[in-house]
Design a protein around this ligand. Structure first.
Ligand SMILES: NC(=O)c1ccc[n+]([C@@H]2O[C@H](COP(=O)([O-])OP(=O)(O)OC[C@H]3O[C@@H](n4cnc5c(N)ncnc54)[C@H](OP(=O)(O)O)[C@@H]3O)[C@@H](O)[C@H]2O)c1
Length: 353
C-alpha cells in the first residue's frame, strides 16, 4: 500500500490522479491540496491555498504527486527531495526553476524522482536499466499545439480562446498556452537536462502531431527506442505512482488497425521562439531557467487576461532574460528572490511596451 499526497488535486492532473488512485486498491489518498477551490472531505487531510509543507509534514506520505501549476510548486518539490520521500513530479516549473538545488536535495535525500510529464515518463521508461554511456540523445516529441504550421504573421492576432483549443491534450490553461507557444517544450528540454543528466545538445525536439509517440531515446549503436500510446495522462500518472510495478489501467491499448499516423516534422523556430529562448536560458545556467519560467508565467497570465498579444509572450521572456542577473542561487531564499526579481522585470517590461 502506498500512501499518496496529491498537491493540486483540483487541476487537470490532480483530478486524473484521483481517478487512478480510486481505481487501484494499493494506492491510498492521504492528503490533497488546492490553490483556492474548496476540497473539504476529498482526503483525510486537506489544505486550500498557502504552502503545502504543513500538510505534507502532517500526512507523512510515501509519495507526493506534485501537480501544482507554476513556481508555487517549488517548496513541495524540495521538501520531498530533501527528505527522500518519493516524488511523482508533474510540476515541471519547479524542477526548471530550482534545477541545481533540486538535484542537490535529491542527492541528500536519496529518494526517487519519477517524472509524470508524458515525454519524460516515456524517456525514463526507454532508458530504464540502461548504461548512460550507451545513450546518444533523447528526442522529446511535441504535438505542435493549435498553431502548428502557421508562420509568425499568422500568429499576430490569435486570441486566448484560439490558444486554449489544444488538438490532442486536455490540460489546465497555463500549460495549454505553453503548448501553443512551445514554451512548454522549452521547459521540458530543461526538465530533461536535469532529470537525465544530459547536456542540452543531446536533448532534441521534434513535432509529432498525433501525440502517439511520447518520446524517443537514440542509442549509440544506431537504434532508437520509442514509447507509444494514446495521449492520456492517466498512464504516466499511474506509472509514476505504482513504479516499479506498472499497474494496469483501463486505458485502451493502441489500435494498430485504425490507420495510426506517426509523422514527424521539424520545429519552426522563427514562429515559435520560446523553445530557443528556453535552450538559451538552460545553457546559461544559474537562475536563468528560473527567470525564463517566471517571465513566461507573468506573460502567459497577461495574455490570458487580454493584456498582451500572443507574440508578446516571447518578447517579454527575451527582454527579461536580457535584463536579469542570472547568477546562481545558493538556497531557496535566493531562488525566490531571483523569481520575484524576474517577475518584477517582466511586469515592468510590459508596462513600458
Ligand atoms: N494537464 C496535463 O495534461 C499536464 C501534462 C504534463 C504536465 N503537466 C504539469 O502539471 C502541472 C499541473 O497542470 P494542470 O494542467 O493540472 O494545471 P491546472 O489544471 O491549472 O491545475 C493546477 C492545480 O494547482 C493548484 N494551484 C494553482 N495555484 C496554486 C498555488 N499558488 N498554490 C497551490 N496550488 C495551486 C490549482 O488549485 P485551484 O484549482 O484551487 O486553483 C489546481 O489544483 C503543471 O506544472 C503542468 O505543466 C500537466
Amino acid at each position: 500500500m502506498k500512501r499518496v499526497a496529491v498537491l493540486g488535486a483540483t487541476g487537470s492532473i490532480g483530478r486524473q490522479a484521483l481517478e487512478v488512485i480510486d481505481g487501484n486498491p494499493r494506492l491510498e489518498l492521504v492528503a490533497a491540496s488546492s490553490g483556492s477551490q474548496p476540497i473539504n472531505g476529498l482526503a483525510p487531510l486537506t489544505q486550500v491555498g498557502g504552502d503545502a509543507i504543513e500538510l505534507l509534514e502532517q500526512a507523512e506520505p510515501d509519495v507526493v504527486l506534485n501537480a501544482i501549476v507554476g513556481f508555487a510548486g517549488v517548496t513541495a518539490t524540495l521538501w520531498a527531495l530533501e527528505r527522500g520521500v518519493e516524488l511523482a513530479l508533474a510540476n515541471k516549473e519547479s524542477l526548471v526553476a530550482a534545477g541545481e538545488l533540486a538535484l542537490a536535495a535529491r542527492e541528500r535525500g536519496g529518494g526517487r524522482l519519477l517524472p509524470v510529464d508524458s515525454e519524460h515518463s516515456a524517456v525514463f521508461q526507454c532508458l530504464e536499466g540502461r548504461d548512460a554511456a550507451t545513450v546518444h540523445s533523447v528526442v522529446l516529441t511535441a504535438s505542435g499545439g493549435p498553431f502548428r504550421g502557421r508562420n509568425r504573421a499568422e500568429l499576430q492576432d490569435v486570441t486566448p480562446d484560439d490558444a486554449l483549443a489544444h488538438p490532442t491534450w486536455r490540460m489546465g490553461p497555463k500549460i495549454t498556452v505553453d503548448s501553443a507557444t512551445l514554451a512548454n517544450k522549452g521547459l521540458e528540454v530543461i526538465e530533461a537536462h536535469f532529470l537525465f543528466g544530459l547536456p542540452y545538445d543531446r536533448v532534441e525536439v521534434v513535432i509529432q502531431p498525433t501525440s502517439v509517440v511520447h518520446s524517443l531515446v537514440r542509442f549509440r549503436d544506431g537504434a532508437a527506442l520509442a514509447h507509444l500510446g494514446y495521449p492520456d495522462m492517466r498512464v504516466p500518472i499511474s506509472y509514476a505512482l505504482t513504479f516499479p510495478e506498472r499497474a494496469a489501467t483501463d486505458v485502451a491499448p493502441l489500435d494498430l488497425s485504425a490507420g495510426l499516423r506517426l509523422d514527424f516534422e521539424p520545429v519552426d523556430s522563427e514562429a515559435f521562439p520560446l523553445l530557443g529562448l528556453a535552450r538559451r536560458a538552460g545553457e546559461a545556467g544559474g537562475t536563468y531557467p528560473c527567470v525564463f519560467n517566471a517571465a513566461n508565467e507573468i506573460a502567459v497570465a497577461a495574455f490570458l487576461e487580454g493584456r498582451l498579444p500572443f507574440l508578446g509572450i516571447a518578447e517579454v521572456v527575451e527582454d527579461t532574460l536580457d535584463a536579469a542577473d542570472g547568477s546562481a542561487a545558493r538556497d531557496l531564499d535566493e531562488l525566490i528572490a531571483a523569481d520575484e526579481e524576474a517577475r518584477r522585470l517582466a511586469q515592468r517590461g510590459m508596462a513600458v511596451a
